[in-house]
Write a protein that binds this ligand. Structure first.
Ligand code: IPE
Ligand code: IPE
Ligand code: MG
Length: 250
């Protein structure tokens, strides 16, 4: 039986976040330039997005370019920007009835990429299927600094009091405020770390690591990760017995 057949489609995660790692090593293993790995990786986003849409996943957030990735060789950064631009195409989204959003410091991207992003966000805003979110020039520490700055500005302007600040206030100032927290986070490429991705939002997220390089991560692998997630008990600090009782009363 395939993993695709084993998925319980009534208990899908609403939000899946993926750290798409391993493009460079995928290419090197084949004796190719790293950039070829990025090309192939971008192509794979189409397949995974189509699979997520068909399943009915509400949000798919993909770590595409981190704040730290600006420190890569200039040539690799510009190749990544060119590939990104090439793939911000309307057709794929319209075909899948998918919305497009981004999180991150978009203003740092080349103007032509920013324009394409704004266009795609606008034309897909009325679509009702999966929302594909690309994290671009994103890092959790940047996001946190940004959130704290915005809250402080409101306090300074007298719009709110410091004593009013609670966990909800912080959530409402994060880049991700328009979506629920991810239930499942996948990292491909073999590393077991979060690399500054959704640190606050993944406080109770189920983590799934696979050695498979991103260009080889296909629908069946996605289903395997979902099956793994569905086999776990999410306790949120409670005991096993409490959670079982809760499930019974649902
Ligand atoms: C992920 O693949 C894509 C980006 C970070 C832009 P990498 O480029 O990090 O690939 P590896 O980890 O070097 O194999
Ligand atoms: C994480 O991959 C960032 C993205 C996938 C966009 P990296 O390859 O940059 O992560 P590290 O440097 O191995 O932690
Ligand atoms: Mg990497």
């Amino acid at each position: 039986m395939t993993y695709k057949e084993q998925v319980d489609y009534n208990r899908l995660p609403h939000h899946i976040a993926i750290i798409m790692d391993g493009n460079g090593r995928w290419a090197n293993a084949k004796g190719m330039e790293r950039t070829m790995g990025h090309q192939e990786g971008a192509q794979n986003v189409h397949d995974i997005m189509t699979a997520a849409t068909a399943m009915g996943i509400d949000y798919l957030t993909l770590y595409t370019f981190s704040t730290e990735n600006w420190n890569r060789p200039a040539q690799e950064v510009s190749a990544l920007m060119a590939i990104l631009l090439q793939h911000l195409e309307e057709e794929l989204f319209m075909k899948n009835n998918a919305r497009f959003r981004t999180i991150g410091e978009i203003e740092r991207l080349p103007q032509i990429v920013q324009d394409a992003i704004h266009h795609l966000v606008n034309v897909t805003s009325k679509n009702t299927g999966t929302c594909l979110v690309l994290a671009l020039s994103y890092s959790s520490r940047w996001e946190m600094a940004q959130a704290v700055r915005h809250i402080a500005e409101k306090v300074e302007a007298g719009e709110m009091k410091a004593s009013d600040i609670d966990e909800t206030t912080i959530d409402q100032h994060l880049e991700t405020r328009f979506m629920p927290e991810p239930e499942l986070m996948i990292r491909t490429g073999g590393e077991q770390r979060l690399s500054n991705f959704l640190l606050i939002q993944s406080a109770y997220t189920e983590l799934y690591f696979t050695d498979i390089y991103w260009p080889d991560f296909n629908e069946e692998e996605l289903c395997k990760a979902i099956c793994d997630y569905q086999g776990r008990q999410r306790r949120f600090g409670k005991t096993e017995a409490q959670v079982e009782e809760q499930e019974k009363n649902k």
